[in-house]
Design a protein around this ligand. Structure first.
Ligand code: 13P
Ligand code: MG
Ligand code: MG
Length: 377
């Protein structure tokens, strides 16, 4: 069968600031998903949150970008928005930028990552005898936050020794999107290792370029899909950070979970944090973690599923929460220390993002007002 995994994510309101959605909001979305499963519109679903963002993960046979799937997610978010409004929650409906998008919700606010592939998990299937995948969700940062870790996982044997195996030695193709382009999806396909330096020349600029998808060169199979869009480019105004989600197929012809997770031990600096305007370390956290620590640290969650023959991944109610492990406690301490180190210099220099990238347009308005007071003496 052709199976599609879709994750559609939005911030539609949170308790006491941009922290986490309410239980009632999550409950309404879960029940809409159960109804859709009963109708046969989707095969399976899983609803979770990372900070103030709700991620709806679905499996179905309708293909990527399908109207019914996108409308199901959109309408569920609208209902959750009403609950948030009634309870006076913060930023109710924040990521629903259009009134009622027709069809696909791409460009209407929610982040979308989808993967479509031939699903036939049997022993005789040499390429995918079993299907396992990971869901990543990050809050308080942009899609470029994944550039460094996902590049290293699929291009650098220092992090992924599996790249030396015959199944993977042919390399991976990275589709990189220019997020500054508002006229359409401006992309380039580059393959590591041969294009290694070209790829990093682009990916070093996390605010403009992001990995949109990754493919196995040898097997011509899609491996990863990332919600690589900048909301402020769509809305033309502050809309919160983009808080990206990603789906990655793992094992066999692709990198294994540990090879994908290891670059996150860096807690590397990314654009985001309070008012989307700082450079701060990305902290790995368990799923369903609220944002309530010092600053507004960018956070990322990572969970794993196995897909059965029918395309169901959560029927038995089980999943793996990768960052919910004592091994990551040390990384969390490191992230907090890195955060305190850079925050000690407050607004100065690289501690905040360059003016063009300041997510709150208000910062630029302040600058424009001050600019009028300059004079040439
Ligand atoms: P969100 O994008 O998660 O809503 O965060 C907004 C923000 O500005 C945090 O300070
Ligand atoms: Mg928010
Ligand atoms: Mg958020």
């Amino acid at each position: 069968m052709k199976l599609t995994l879709s994750v559609i994510k939005a911030d539609v309101g949170s308790i006491g600031g941009h922290t986490k959605p309410s239980e009632a909001m999550l409950a309404v979305i879960k029940s809409r998903m159960k109804e859709a499963e009963a109708r046969g519109d989707i095969i399976d679903s899983f609803v979770s949150y990372t900070g103030d963002d709700i991620a709806i993960l679905m499996s179905h046979a309708k293909g990527a970008g399908h109207e019914l799937i996108h409308q199901l997610a959109w309408n569920s978010f609208v209902e959750a928005t009403h609950i948030a409004q009634n309870r006076g929650l913060y930023a109710a409906g924040q990521d629903l930028l259009k009134d009622a998008p027709a069809g696909n919700v791409r460009g209407a606010g929610p982040a979308v990552a989808e993967i479509e592939f031939e699903h036939n998990p049997v022993k005789e299937n040499k390429i995918r005898p079993a299907e396992s995948f990971m869901l990543f969700a990050a809050d308080k940062c942009g899609p470029g936050a994944y550039n460094l870790p996902f590049f290293l996982s699929f291009a650098d044997p220092m992090y992924c020794s599996g790249l030396m195996l015959p199944k993977m030695i042919g390399g991976f193709t990275f589709r990189i999107i220019d997020m500054d382009c508002v006229d359409g999806d401006r992309v380039i396909d580059l393959t590591a290792p041969q294009d290694y330096y070209r790829i990093v020349s682009l990916l070093r600029d996390n605010e403009r370029f992001a990995i949109e998808s990754i493919y196995s060169k040898t097997h011509q199979e899609i491996c990863a899909s990332i919600s690589a869009q900048r909301l402020h480019n769509i809305a033309g105004t502050y809309t919160g950070k983009d808080d990206p989600v990603a789906i990655i197929r793992t094992q066999g012809i692709f990198s294994a979970p540990e090879e994908i997770l290891s670059p996150f031990t860096m807690a590397h600096y990314v654009g985001g944090d309070a008012r989307g305007s700082h450079n701060m370390p990305l902290m790995p956290v368990p799923l369903n973690t609220q944002v309530s620590g010092a600053y507004c640290l960018p956070i990322v969650s990572s969970i794993g599923f196995s897909v059965d023959k029918e395309g169901s991944f959560f029927r038995n109610g089980e999943y793996i929460d990768f960052f919910d492990n004592v091994a990551w406690d040390q990384v969390r301490v490191k992230a907090q220390e890195k955060a305190m180190a850079i925050r000690a210099q407050g607004w100065s220099g690289i501690a905040m993002l360059p003016t063009k990238e300041l997510e709150y347009g208000g910062f630029r308005e302040t600058l424009a007002d001050i600019d009028k007071l300059f004079y040439i003496k």
